[in-house]
Design a protein around this ligand. Structure first.
Ligand code: FAD
Ligand code: SF4
Length: 503
């Protein structure tokens, strides 16, 4: 018996290696435990279920026996363990073959199943990544995972991406400094390819509409690809239409433009419909063919080969304690406007609105708008982590949690990033047009109309001065704070506290 989980939809999955169609059965379960452990965005549930059903029907078309339990099957007992028990009774297999899951919770359960069910089980490594869990742990022991940048260079050397004679193509490892342009006036991002729901997806949309109508976010229009062919088409569209502009405008944000030049490929990578290697190979080929500039291709490959692999390594080496980290002692509950998009702050409402419409916001929106707010306002990491896990179609714990604990809230005390990504309204104003349509004044720090990000930013620095003052990367910021008088500092604190009390 071969178990395939909802984010393991790859024909090359290790659990499917050596499968013999006449002998083996593949089992797949849609269970309430997985659709309900956080209030997932309806498009996320629809995407995962539809992609699972498409994958199962592709296996069946190959002549492979697939035992598939649907969410609305009256006999469904709605947990992976309970459904496995039923499937074992149906098939009485000699052996259960699985691939390690993407989440600690499932990993713990999976390791017990052999003993629980008195069955020979085999858990194979998930080899859809560039760096295995063991490799990352070894790199860590060798002191080479302290920062993403050093891990990334190691991975460039190992894979050979954008390397020539042992050195990075173009002479530099990282071209991030070229990738911080605001979107110039008059430059229209390309229209994005959408995928019309087929009959199978329609059926899933009806099911999700009936069962999860109360969850945050719009179910339709639903335009995600749900199978490998669609995901390949989405990749081709990105390479042809968006990759050339990806680098320059990677950090830009614009009202009414929810996607800009971003890839929109994370859901397909995370579900297994695309492999990171095929995506990086394809991007590198665009550079060598002269169709995309180096800053775009290096920036894109770094996100996947560097960040995506790095956060996975952090997750597996730091769990289970990682989910409980809270180095800055943040305890504030998540404000209700994260679920309504009515904060009265144009930037937050734009990002939360895009999130509700698509189950998607791009990286800088997640990091520097909602994430920055959560950091500065001292939202409890567990509360904001639950939100990110729920609202994005690409959200799976192994990738979401390190981005929250490490990248936005600094809850891990600097394990992932050497300094917190804290910014005032000036950053948002520089990288977006949000402030022009906002009732707050981005230029003001104090007073009733002042941009809340400004007082929150300085208040954050004041509150955590003892921790961050000695951090060399924050020295210039603290020099700036040092110029404030005691009265100015007190006024900032009062302004920030007044705002936070009103949340
Ligand atoms: P692009 O901007 O076009 O980037 C290309 C690819 O690089 C992405 O598809 C993704 O696979 C990878 N990537 C880029 N940045 C990261 C990163 N920081 N960590 C891991 N992979 C990265 N990504 C998820 O896949 N799932 C999540 O649950 C998730 N949660 C996040 C939570 C927070 C607080 C933050 C700040 C970031 C999170 N990210 C997450 C990372 C990133 O924002 C998304 O991968 C990206 O926005 C997906 O859109 P895209 O495919 O258009 O990406
Ligand atoms: Fe956001 Fe402040 Fe700009 Fe308003 S003024 S959009 S709150 S950064």
């Amino acid at each position: 018996m071969r178990l395939v989980l909802g984010d393991q939809l790859s024909r090359g999955l290790s659990a499917l290696a050596g499968l013999e169609p006449g002998r083996d059965v593949v089992v797949m379960f849609e269970v309430g435990e997985e659709t309900g452990y956080v209030p997932h965005h309806p498009q996320k549930i629809a995407l995962v279920l539809s992609a699972m059903r498409h994958f199962a029907s592709e296996l069946a078309a190959e002549g492979i026996a697939v035992d598939y339990v649907r969410l609305d099957d009256p006999a469904n007992r709605h947990s992976l363990g309970a459904e496995l028990a039923r499937a074992l009774a149906r098939h009485r297999p000699a052996r259960l073959v699985m691939t390690e899951p993407g989440e600690w919770r499932v990993w713990e359960a999976m390791r017990r199943w052999g003993a629980d069910f008195g069955l020979e089980t085999e858990i194979r490594p998930d080899d859809r990544f560039f760096c295995s869990r063991e490799d990352f742990a070894a790199l860590r022991r060798a002191g080479r995972t302290g920062r993403m940048e050093y891990f990334y260079r190691e991975m460039r050397k190992r894979t050979g991406y954008l390397m020539a004679q042992g050195a990075p193509v173009g002479g530099q490892w990282n071209l991030d400094r070229e990738n911080r342009k605001a979107l110039p006036k008059g430059l229209a991002p390309p229209p994005r390819r959408r995928f019309e729901p087929d009959a199978l997806t329609r059926e899933v949309l009806d099911l999700v509409g009936a069962r999860f109508a109360g969850n945050f976010g719009a179910l339709e229009p639903f335009g995600w690809a749900v199978d490998r062919a669609g995901a390949r088409a989405a990749l081709a569209h990105f390479l042809a239409d968006c990759l050339p502009g990806f680098g320059d405008y990677q950090d830009a944000m614009k009202s009414g433009e929810d996607f800009l030049f971003h890839a929109l490929l994370s859901p397909y990578l995370n579900l297994g419909l695309l492999t990171p290697a095929e995506v990086c190979d394809a991007a590198e080929a665009e550079y060598h063919a002269g169709r995309a500039p180096l800053n775009a291709v290096e920036g894109f490959i770094r996100q996947i080969l560097g960040w995506r692999e790095f956060v996975r390594g952090i997750y597996w080496t730091e769990m289970p304690g990682y989910a409980e980290t809270n180095a800055l002692g943040a305890t504030r509950p998540l404000p209700g406007f994260f679920w309504t998009g009515r904060s009265g702050m144009a930037c937050l409402d734009a990002v939360i609105g895009a999130t509700a419409r698509h189950g998607y916001a791009h990286h800088i929106q997640r990091l520097m708008v909602t994430g920055n707010f959560a950091l500065l306002a001292g939202i409890a990491p567990a509360e904001i982590a639950r939100w990110y896990l729920a609202v994005y179609v690409d959200a799976f714990e192994w990738v979401e949690l390190p981005n929250v604990q490490g990248m936005i809230t600094h809850a891990d005390g600097g394990r992932l990033g050497s300094k917190p990504y804290a910014a005032s309204g000036a950053y948002i104003n520089r990288m977006s047009d949000y402030c022009r349509g906002c009732r707050h004044d981005v230029g003001a720090r104090l007073g009733p109309g002042a941009c809340p990000f400004n007082a929150l930013y300085w208040n954050f620095l004041i509150t955590h001065e003892a921790r961050f003052r000695a951090n060399p990367r924050m020295a210039p910021i603290y020099r700036g704070l040092g110029r404030f008088s005691a009265e100015e500092r007190a006024a900032i604190t009062a302004q920030a506290e007044g705002f936070l009390a009103g949340l």
